[in-house]
Design a protein around this ligand. Sequence first.
Ligand SMILES: NC(=O)c1ccc[n+]([C@@H]2O[C@H](COP(=O)([O-])OP(=O)(O)OC[C@H]3O[C@@H](n4cnc5c(N)ncnc54)[C@H](OP(=O)(O)O)[C@@H]3O)[C@@H](O)[C@H]2O)c1
Length: 218
Amino acid sequence: MRRALVTGANRGIGFAIAKGLQDRGLEVLIGARNLEAGKQAATKLNATALKIDIADPRSIADAVQNAGQIDVLVNNAGVLGSGRVLDDPEDFADSMAVMVHGPYWLMHHLAPRMVSQGYGRIVNVSSGWGAFSDGVAGPAAYGVAKAALNALTVATARTLPGTVKVNAMCPGWVRTRMGGTAATKSPEEGADTAIWLATLCDDGPTGKFFRDRKPIDW
Ligand SMILES: NC(=O)c1ccc[n+]([C@@H]2O[C@H](COP(=O)([O-])OP(=O)(O)OC[C@H]3O[C@@H](n4cnc5c(N)ncnc54)[C@H](OP(=O)(O)O)[C@@H]3O)[C@@H](O)[C@H]2O)c1
């Protein structure tokens, strides 16, 4: 049975991705910085919670050591600040920590084993706001961090064999705490492309950016 780690899976799109992967027969680890929140979510799925604060490399290293084999990694955790990019250095640091450095550390720790076992699927949950083709939009440092996550996706995919697939995706505008109640998609709809990428077959794509299961421009 394949084992998947989804970060920020205690709520929102992450929880929907975790549920979708479990429904497809994977064993799922609910990554959560607050272990109690992770356990509550895990109970709903009969899954296991894993304490992991994506902004803290030490927490990531500890979590990886406790997690056992991971075949599928979904870098989903995200934060959304407000205001202009140069106004809030703290938001910039946090955005880069959660949406760039954290995914980097997880891929650093987990990819070598995926390579040696000849199977791995990595999904970086990004955003259209991180696309240069869309102007690197969004408030504060959000678009900059997602653009960097997109660049990390391309560079990582290029250095890994085709057996380990690394793709980025945009969930669309989704009704979560981040997306708000006016958003057009349910968490399940927002999770669909990530679930598809996390379970790609052997001849599936790598190093690409998707929305609604279709390639989109960087
Ligand atoms: N919603 C949208 O419309 C939309 C659109 C485009 C892209 N996205 C992306 O989709 C992903 C999920 O977003 P969402 O809408 O589900 O947001 P959400 O409801 O706000 O959930 C964010 C998740 O990330 C976790 N998180 C934040 N900082 C963390 C940290 N340092 N360590 C571990 N977990 C952390 C949160 O944990 P806590 O519960 O502990 O805070 C929560 O589980 C994000 O990457 C977001 O950028 C969302």
